[in-house]
Design a protein around this ligand. Structure first.
Ligand SMILES: [Zn+2]
Ligand SMILES: [Zn+2]
Length: 246
């Protein structure tokens, strides 16, 4: 019986977090010297069914509960104070002091004056005076964003909508008034098939013929009109950019 009692008692103290420091006293209702395996505190306890774990665990639970409650309070306080900073147009220059009523370095968002205000008495800056002495430096202002890349992207995007000149030569008209200009967008031209280009140019040629007939009264032969598309071709002679299709 003794050995089974010892086994039971040994299991029990181990489960509760203790280690025996002397031989089993013989009965579970006798005090037995043991130590807590975590904190090392030595106690004489009865290894009966009422054996409780070492109190350090209870204390630790209480400490954790206290910490959690404290954290919750701090978070709530910080949240309230941060909102208040915003409504008073202030920004914090240091972490919240964490204690109610403490002084807190803040800065006016508008004029940049720095004030050592009680964290529970935040008020808007009067924009007068030089602020309080000994303030910490302002947080660095964010570096201006670089625009070069964006600008380049914009430029290349615009190129698509730049015009490509189309120059027309009408041989039936006298030199000096036989050149016309129309245009197409660069992007369209680049994407268009040969047929689409041909069709667009045919439309412009028809329009040109109609324009010439209307403005000069001369019927011209559309088949004799020649054209060039793009830059660097025959720049001589008058160009009439106002003559273009709608
Ligand atoms: Zn302990
Ligand atoms: Zn101010």
């Amino acid at each position: 019986m003794t050995s089974s009692g010892e086994t039971l008692a040994t299991d029990r103290i181990q489960a509760a977090g203790y280690r025996a420091l002397e031989p089993f006293p013989g009965r579970v209702n006798q005090r037995w010297l043991m130590e807590c395996t975590e904190c090392g505190e030595q106690q004489r306890l009865r290894p009966d069914h009422k054996l409780k774990p070492c109190e350090h665990k209870q204390q630790e639970r209480e400490r954790r509960a206290d910490e959690a409650a404290d954290k919750q309070f701090q978070d709530a306080l910080l949240s309230v104070r941060s909102r208040k900073l915003g409504t008073k147009n202030l920004r914090a220059l240091e972490d919240h002091p964490g204690v109610e009523g403490e002084l807190w370095w803040v800065e006016c968002k508008y004029c940049g004056r720095k004030w050592h205000m009680r964290e529970d008495q935040l008020r808007a800056c009067p924009h007068k005076g030089s602020g309080d002495e000994g303030a910490p430096p302002s947080p660095e202002k964010p570096a201006p964003k670089r625009r070069a890349k964006k600008a380049a992207g914009k430029a290349s995007g615009l190129a698509e909508f730049e015009y490509l000149p189309v120059r027309w030569l009408v041989p039936d008209l006298p030199e000096g008034s036989n050149r016309y200009a129309t245009r197409v967008t660069r992007g369209w031209w680049a994407e268009a098939t040969a047929e689409q280009r041909e069709q667009r140019l045919a439309e412009q040629r028809e329009y040109l013929v109609a324009t010439v007939a209307r403005t000069t009264g001369v019927e011209i032969d559309a088949a004799r009109i020649t054209y060039t598309v793009g830059d660097g071709q025959d720049e001589a002679g008058p160009v009439r950019p106002d003559e273009e299709p709608t």
